[in-house]
Design a protein around this ligand. Structure first.
Ligand SMILES: [Zn+2]
Length: 279
């Protein structure tokens, strides 16, 4: 039976540690195998408002790694998640922003990246980047730094032997600083190691009819990353004063021969001396 407070369903009564999501507005960019479960989990745990950006359509081929099943095939990811979340978790409202960052358009009436991102980021408390696209991550890093917004970026290695969940404070290490920390100019491993398999693209496949290579990882491995993203998001909005230094959480899920229990390490991410975010 729901517990009411001020006439609203009070999720935090049963799980006090997530009560901080009440009243919070979180943007999620990228609603694939990492972003879609993270969005649903944030709603389930009481987030008041989600702003969701993606322009992709759910297909039978990619549904094996997607949060919802056959009922969503053929629909836009933003629209179907909005319908699902607002029906199943009515304490959460969803702003659907169907848009692909960086896609050029010849139509002067189609809103561009700036307009769409302004809409997406209006009054948000936190931005979650699940785009798995380095260019989008760097752009969001710049925008969040300018706006003073915390950013959480999540990505997996191509063969899904590992991944990372990275917190970026607007005045600490940015996504480009993270790239500097992962790799030296000579291409050698930096002081924060890449997740296992980060440079191994041998397991990527090109499905029939698809213009791009896609990875072959399973949803139950990716869930490890999306759940860590939500855990971090809850803690960041709960105690923002304790999150003043960027942080890289790296997980290895496979040792090259077989799956291993998730193995996490945590590294602080300071600003890199050569990164433009210092200026
Ligand atoms: Zn930087």
């Amino acid at each position: 039976m729901p517990v009411l407070r001020d006439g609203e369903i009070d999720i935090g009564y049963r799980v006090p540690s997530v009560a901080s999501l009440r009243g919070k507005r979180i943007a999620v960019v990228g609603l694939g195998a990492l972003g879609s479960p993270a969005a649903v989990e944030l709603a389930r745990n009481g987030c008041t408002s989600l702003h969701l950006m993606d322009d992709d359509v759910v297909e039978p081929g990619n549904a094996i790694r997607w949060e919802l099943g056959a009922s969503s095939w053929g629909t836009k990811k933003t629209d179907t998640l909005k319908r699902f979340i607002e029906r199943e978790y009515p304490w959460t409202s969803v702003l659907a922003v169907p848009h692909r960052i960086g896609l050029p358009t010849c139509d002067p009436h189609t809103p561009g990246d700036t307009d769409r991102l302004n809409e997406l980021l209006d009054s948000v408390d936190l931005v979650v980047d699940a785009s798995a696209a380095p260019g989008v991550t760097y752009l969001l890093g710049d925008i969040c730094r300018e706006r003073g917004l915390p950013l959480i970026s999540v990505f997996a290695s191509p063969n899904l032997h590992g991944g990372a969940v990275v917190f970026h404070h607007p005045e600490s290490g940015c996504p480009v600083c993270r790239a500097h920390a992962n790799e030296t100019p000579e291409g050698k491993s930096g002081h924060i190691p890449y997740p296992n398999g980060m440079n191994d693209e041998s397991t990527l496949v090109q499905p029939p009819g698809c213009s791009e290579l896609t990875f072959t990882g399973a949803s139950f491995d990716l869930k490890e990353l999306s759940l860590e993203t939500v855990r971090m998001a809850v803690d960041v909005v709960s105690s923002p004063d304790e999150w003043t230094v960027s942080e890289v959480r790296t997980v290895n899920l496979h040792n090259g021969k077989r799956r291993v229990p998730p193995n996490w390490r945590i590294d602080p991410l300071d600003r890199h001396p050569d990164c433009g975010c210092r200026s």
